[in-house]
Design a binder for this molecule. Structure first.
Ligand SMILES: Nc1ncnc2c1ncn2[C@@H]1O[C@H](COP(=O)(O)OP(=O)(O)OP(=O)(O)O)[C@@H](O)[C@H]1O
Length: 320
């Protein structure tokens, strides 16, 4: 049984369609990133999963439970971090965690959770004067209480400082290593690229793509870019005719060669070193998730290489 199944989900608000015929399956143990521009329908989808929003059409199930009819059962097994989580102003951080534990009939040690989310020093402070990042850290801690099977986060890095972002990344990795399914929306593409097995990209309520980051690279064009500094520069027609080479251009006195995959990159490199030229430098870079996101949401330009890509840890599924 998958962790999350979204089947033909549609949500209308009056005349506006927030989510349009969305179908998606998230397998158990996956770390799944949910991306899309502002207003794409991410929060609406997550709120539907949490039972906060009733679908206009379609069904949503978590761990086999229907999100509308069985939202209580879902809350017992799902840790949630909704967008703009509101804390109880008069309760301390520690009291919030005790409250979360009592909701789930769990016996988590509040101290250990506070340690995990970096709030030990604020354990006995009332949450009413917490900063945005502290609020987010505490809400994250509450979501972790009771060792849930599924974690559903809406923009978890909102308000977090760089240390908090790194800690969040570590927590996601630890949870995933323990078999927890993590589904989160984010605009933090570096975070998504570093942590997610697969990503879905939503635009205007519709699913534009769902794949591994590596799969998106294949789909949207240049996977690897070679940038060559040599005298003279290698013949661009020769490089351009190599199988899997998608384009060759001159940029800042370097020959830039966009390659489909690692194999075509190696073929191009071999041709460069076989040519009668003196090679000074070769850079190779993969298209970042940011490039792929731009390509999928309608930027006509093929994704160019930018920051070196982070490792995608698992190839858990193909294109849906
Ligand atoms: N309660 C509501 N009433 C009317 N329209 C709504 C409501 N909630 C969301 N919408 C509309 O539905 C669409 C999707 O909004 P949603 O908040 O799901 O997008 P999002 O992808 O989470 O955006 P963001 O990245 O800005 O958080 C938007 O056009 C939004 O204005």
């Amino acid at each position: 049984m998958p962790a999350i199944t979204i089947d033909s989900l549609r949500k209308e608000y009056g005349d506006a369609v927030a989510v349009d015929d969305l179908s998606l399956t998230v397998e158990r143990g996956e770390v799944f990133g949910f991306l899309g521009p502002n207003g794409a329908g991410k929060s609406t989808t997550i709120d539907t999963l949490l039972g906060y929003v009733r679908p206009t059409a379609g069904t949503v199930t978590i761990l086999g439970h229907d999100a509308v009819a069985e939202s209580r059962a879902i809350r017992q097994r799902v840790g949630v971090l909704p967008d703009g989580y509101a804390l109880y102003e008069r309760l301390t951080a520690r009291e919030h965690l005790k409250l979360a534990a009592s909701f789930r009939a769990a016996d988590d040690d509040p101290e250990a959770v506070l340690e995990r989310v970096g709030l030990v020093d604020a354990a006995d402070r009332r949450a009413g004067n917490f900063s945005k990042g502290m609020t987010q850290r505490l809400a994250l801690g509450m979501a972790l209480v009771g060792d849930p099977d599924v974690l559903l986060f809406d923009e978890p890095s909102t308000g977090l400082d760089p240390t908090g972002v790194a800690e969040l990344r570590r927590i996601v990795a630890e949870e995933a290593a323990g078999g927890t399914t993590v589904f989160f929306s984010s605009h933090d593409l570096a975070q998504v690229e570093a942590t997610c097995d697969r990503v879905a990209i939503l635009g205007d309520g519709r699913l534009l793509a769902v794949d591994t980051v590596a799969g998106l690279r294949d789909r949207y064009g240049a996977s690897v870019t070679l940038s060559i500094e040599a005298t003279p520069l290698p013949d661009s027609d020769v490089l351009g005719s190599i199988e899997g080479v998608r384009g060759v251009s001159l940029e800042d006195d370097r020959l830039v060669c966009r390659c489909r995959d690692a194999e075509s990159k190696v073929r191009a490199l071999r041709a460069v070193f076989d040519a009668d030229v003196e090679v000074f430098d070769v850079d190779t870079e993969s298209a970042s998730l940011e490039d792929l996101f731009a390509a999928s949401v309608g930027d006509d330009a093929p994704p160019s290489a930018s920051a070196p890509s982070a490792t995608v840890t698992a190839e858990t599924g193909g294109t849906q």
